[in-house]
Design a protein around this ligand. Structure first.
Ligand SMILES: NC(=O)C1=CN([C@@H]2O[C@H](COP(=O)(O)OP(=O)(O)OC[C@H]3O[C@@H](n4cnc5c(N)ncnc54)[C@H](OP(=O)(O)O)[C@@H]3O)[C@@H](O)[C@H]2O)[C@H](O)CC1
Ligand SMILES: [K+]
Length: 495
């Protein structure tokens, strides 16, 4: 699924209006009807509503929702924020239609006109949508603060008022919604951690925008979804043998952190790799042999980084520790292996301390930092949008794939393309889930998936395992081992 910027969303509306064809006011009716139906299907039937509208088409959506609610015997009060102009054509048509109903209509043109919101009312926020072009200030800002301070449940239409679709509104005054009802496709704003407080739960409603538009568009970002990953994962051939699925190595673990190495190894095995050898410290030998009997082990000084050429790929980092000898270890790995590999955790922290190592990473490799590790490698950014741009820039500079872990993990490709993963849940915010991800991606690389495909399929399967595990038990109880147990079902769910 494509993730569009503001101009493309507008162009998609216009394309649909021209080619369906459908009048703009009827498209608004369709969008608002989808919101109205969502409300009825989600326990809002019979409630009373305070609906706040601007004078653009976002406000127009609010007026249609108000009419549909009033016509179905809901108590509706509509507050229209005076912007000093008449409003868009579709706004005006729908204001006239609203006058035919029992809804109360009040205009807010000064602070004195802002009154307490009845505590039982559901608030609908239709003040500003994708047409926002400056921070909310003056009366608009006052009204947003008033709504936020009311404690009422807020449902935002299209996007919480005050947020921009595709750049940061950090520090600005923005509606805090419990739910956001948006249309057709994800907006970049919904995928940024800095907006979590504003957007609440996002629900995408189908308003029948024509798919023909998608063929003409290069979107700035793509959503990694089931359709994309199902097309990546290849079925197995009946005559295949283990040699066909590659030999991976994992270089991981240290005293007190063998768990990370075990999780990584077991995830790698479950990803479908043909053979796995673990390069681990001597004191971890028994732990690994008992925990992952399918894996071979190499022990010796400094993880015994020898004869690495024989592996199809290598995953390095989980539980490695950051002692100084590990700089030699990394140097040795990068010298012997020039094929794409996976670099995570302490290996990234070492590179963060010795930035010259960045240039030695084999081309096409995948690094998997969480935001703190990313910051140690590439520095701080002012906001989440800038961090994504920095990831794209660094991916190109070092010819690597950057998997920036988070609720919607971002994958920066060196060719400038960016992807947001759609699977996963907050239950996965627990120790060891990153080690599992490294194991899965290493296993996919060994199976000769391209770096891009290994990264995309790896993050999606990892998140899907988390979703299945959380559905089976719960989010709070989820532990990293559960992801490995559910990886089989995650594969199964693709078909
Ligand atoms: N497929 C769809 O997505 C559909 C979406 N629809 C809805 O349409 C809106 C977008 O409507 P638009 O009229 O383009 O924009 P807004 O309603 O968001 O804004 C209207 C005007 O408000 C002014 N503005 C901008 N920023 C501010 C601000 N900070 N404070 C006050 N006013 C502001 C600006 O006008 P100016 O002349 O003052 O610059 C905007 O033009 C979309 O979000 C959906 O809700 C349709 O229903 C169809 C389907
Ligand atoms: K809104």
């Amino acid at each position: 699924m494509q993730i569009f910027a503001t101009e493309q969303i507008r162009a998609w509306d216009e394309y649909t209006i021209r080619h369906e064809p459908i009048a703009s006011v009827d498209l608004m009716e369709r969008a608002a009807t989808a919101c109205y139906e969502w409300l009825l299907q989600h326990h809002y039937k019979g409630r009373s509503f305070s609906i706040f509208c601007g004078k653009g088409n976002n406000g127009g959506d609010g007026l249609v929702i108000a009419r549909l609610l009033a016509q179905s015997n809901h108590s509706v009060t509509v507050y229209i924020l005076e912007f000093g102009h008449k409003g868009t054509e579709d706004f005006q048509i729908n204001l006239a239609r609203l006058h035919e109903t029992a809804a109360s209509i009040l205009f807010i043109s000064s602070n004195e006109a802002i009154h307490p919101i009845p505590s039982q009312d559901v608030v609908i926020d239709a003040l500003l949508g994708s047409g926002i072009n400056r921070p909310a200030d003056g009366l608009t800002a006052e009204l947003i603060q008033h709504i936020n301070n009311s404690g009422n449940e807020v449902i935002a239409i299209d996007i919480p008022s005050g947020l921009y679709v595709d750049h940061s509104a950090k520090g600005n005054i923005v509606i805090k919604a419990r739910h956001t009802l948006s249309f057709q496709c994800f907006k970049p704003a919904f995928l940024m951690p800095e907006n979590a407080e504003s957007i609440g739960d996002v629900h995408l409603l189908d308003i029948g925008l024509l798919p023909g538009f998608l063929e003409q568009q290069a979107a700035p970002f793509q959503l990694v979804d089931q359709a994309m990953v199902s097309a990546i994962i290849r079925p197995r051939n009946p005559f295949d043998h283990k040699g066909d699925y590659g030999h991976a190595a994992i270089i991981a673990g240290s005293y007190g952190m063998m768990g990370a190495a075990v999780l990584c190894a077991r995830a790698c095995l479950r990803s479908g790799v043909g053979k796995l050898t673990c390069h681990i410290p001597t004191q971890g030998y028994t732990i690994m042999q008992v925990s992952a009997p399918e894996a071979m082990c190499r022990t010796g000084e400094n993880h015994s980084p020898h004869e690495l050429e024989k592996y199809d790929t290598i995953g390095v980092g989980p539980g490695l520790g950051t002692h100084v000898e590990n700089f030699d270890l990394l140097n040795s790995v990068f010298e012997q292996n020039r094929r794409p590999m996976v670099i995570d955790a302490d290996a990234l922290n070492l590179i963060g301390q010795e930035k010259a190592l960045l240039k030695q990473i084999p081309p096409g490799s995948i690094i998997t930092p969480h935001p703190k590790e990313f910051e140690r490698l590439f520095g701080k950014t002012a906001n989440d949008y800038d961090r994504i741009q920095l990831a794209l820039q660094k991916a190109a500079e070092y010819n690597i794939y950057i998997v920036l872990k988070g609720r919607y993990t971002f994958i920066a490709s060196p060719d400038g393309r960016g992807y947001f993963n759609s699977s996963g849940n907050p239950g996965m915010a627990t120790g060891g889930t990153g080690d599992v991800l490294t194991g899965i991606i290493t296993g996919l690389l060994a199976q000769k998936y391209s770096s891009l495909h290994a990264a995309l399929a790896g993050v999606f399967l990892h998140g899907r395992s988390g979703d299945l595990a959380a559905a089976y038990s719960s989010q709070p109880s989820l532990i990293a081992s559960d992801l490995i147990e559910f990886l089989g079902q995650a594969y199964q769910s693709l078909t």
